[in-house]
Structures are given as structure tokens and as C-alpha cells.
Design a protein around this ligand. Structure first.
Ligand SMILES: Nc1ncnc2c1ncn2[C@@H]1O[C@H](COP(=O)(O)OP(=O)(O)OP(=O)(O)O)[C@@H](O)[C@H]1O
Ligand SMILES: [Mg+2]
Length: 239
């Protein structure tokens, strides 16, 4: 399997001196092509912090992040922007679409930022709108869509430029269970189709069986659960 991203001894602290909070402690992690991981842990355990480091939005205090075997240089802002625009796709709790642009325009911007040709953007847009059943939404504005439809657009936007890594921070937190499950299933299906690495943060343990890998953060340490064990556990924690 092809390694797409790796964390080597990544630590992250906030604050300084006596009020230093060590959120991540020497995290090692390797993520492979086409692999979907779910990241869980208590509130405040560092999930968003780790996802922000993976997304090149936040520099680690110690350790290295590698993308396609290359060390990310967190002090070089222009190369960070380049990596984010070309290699990464993001999905947040709320879709965060630009309200004054149509769905089509919201998607096209990502392609332009990644340096794609207009014809390529158009073909990609057509394909993703079709696959995510969003064709009728094309010329609508975000405010005209439901929460679930907006998250489907967020999936299309995260994938449009063919990123090798897609990161999602609680993408279903604002949705009801059925809509949220459908959104996650679509995200998994589309990311696998594109062979992208997918990392999804969620509080909902019912989602765990859908993923290839289950990563847990607690007390700053990252650990991995066996998928079968996790499935048994979720049986007891289901509401
Ligand atoms: N910019 C910051 N400055 C200082 N402390 C921060 C900052 N961001 C996060 N923290 C602290 O780091 C810890 C981890 O925060 P983080 O947001 O990564 O947790 P989380 O696991 O995503 O939590 P939640 O499930 O509530 O979203 C928390 O104690 C938080 O207060
Ligand atoms: Mg968080």
C-alpha cells in the first residue's frame, strides 16, 4: 500500500512556561492510499489540533509531517498554501460555503485555486454533481439548500481538485442521525473511489463500523483499536 501521509513524533503544546498545555505527545501515524480512518476521543483531547496539523493549518511543536515522503516545511507559508490547495480537501461541521456564490461557483473556485484547467474543472464539476445527486442544485445559493444537501456540496468541494488527503472535522454534528449517516457513507464511497486518504473526526460511535481504521486520542496519546473490537464496543454504547 502506498503511504500518503505520515506523522513522526509529533507533539503540540499551547501556551508557555507554567501554563504550557501539552495536547499531543509524540504522535506517530502512517496513512495509506484509499484508507478511511475515524478519529475519536473526549472533548478537548486534541482531535481538531491533530487534524489541523495534518491539514498543514497548524505547525507542530515537535516532530515531522510527511506528505508523499516529503517533509512539510511549516515555516514556508507559500509552499504550505500550495500543499493545502493541491493535495488537501477539507470538510467542516458547517459546510462553510460562500453565501454569495452559487453551488457551481463555490466548487469551481477550488479548482481554480489548485491550478486546474477550465475544461477539467467543468468535467470534474459535472461528474461530482451527478455522483452526489446535486445536479438540480447547481445554480442555487447555499442558503437555498438543506443542511444535508450543503454537506453533500462540501464533499464535492473537498474532492474537486483530486486531493490525495481529505480531512473532515465533525462533518455530521449539525445533522440528524439518518442524514449524517448518509453523508458519511457518501463521503466514504467517494473518497474510496478517488483513492484518497480520509480522516474523519466524530463523536458518534455508531459511525465507527463504517471505517477501515479507528484512531483514538486520550491524554495526548494516539492509539488504534482493532476494528472488530470497536464494533463489539459500539454494540454496548449505542443509545
Ligand atoms: N489555539 C489554541 N490556544 C490554546 N489552547 C488551545 C488552542 N486550540 C486548542 N487548545 C486547547 O487544546 C486542547 C485540545 O483542543 P482541540 O480543539 O484539539 O480538542 P478536540 O478534541 O477537537 O475537542 P472537541 O471534541 O471539543 O472539538 C483543549 O484543551 C483546548 O483548550
Ligand atoms: Mg474539535
Amino acid at each position: 500500500m502506498k503511504s500518503v501521509m505520515a506523522c513522526q513524533g509529533i507533539s503540540k503544546s499551547y501556551g508557555a512556561g507554567d501554563i504550557l498545555e501539552r495536547v499531543l505527545k509524540r504522535v506517530d501515524l502512517e496513512l495509506f492510499e484509499g484508507q478511511a480512518s475515524v478519529l475519536v476521543g473526549p472533548s478537548g483531547s486534541g482531535k481538531t489540533t491533530l487534524l489541523s496539523i495534518l491539514g498543514c493549518l497548524l505547525a507542530p511543536s515537535e516532530g515531522q509531517l510527511l506528505i508523499a515522503d516529503q517533509t512539510v516545511n511549516f515555516s514556508d507559508k507559500s509552499s504550505l498554501t500550495e500543499v493545502r490547495r493541491k493535495k488537501l480537501g477539507f470538510i467542516f461541521q458547517h459546510a462553510q460555503l460562500l453565501p454569495f456564490l452559487t453551488i457551481e461557483e463555490n466548487l469551481a473556485i477550488v479548482g481554480r485555486n489548485a491550478g486546474m484547467e477550465d475544461m477539467d474543472i467543468k468535467q470534474r464539476l459535472d461528474g461530482l454533481l451527478q455522483r452526489l445527486e446535486l445536479k438540480v442544485m447547481r445554480y442555487k445559493y447555499p442558503a437555498q439548500l438543506s443542511g444535508g444537501q450543503r454537506q453533500r456540496v462540501a464533499i464535492a468541494r473537498a474532492l474537486l481538485h483530486r486531493p490525495s488527503i481529505v480531512l473532515a472535522d465533525e462533518p455530521t454534528a449539525a445533522l440528524d442521525w439518518n442524514t449524517g449517516k448518509t453523508v458519511v457513507e457518501l463521503l466514504l464511497e467517494q473518497a474510496r473511489l478517488e483513492k484518497a486518504v480520509l480522516v474523519v473526526v466524530t463523536h458518534d460511535t455508531r459511525m465507527l463500523p463504517l471505517f477501515d481504521r479507528i484512531l483514538t486520542i486520550a491524554d495526548g496519546l494516539l492509539s488504534e483499536q482493532r476494528q472488530t473490537a470497536a464494533v463489539e464496543n459500539t454494540f454496548y454504547t449505542q443509545p
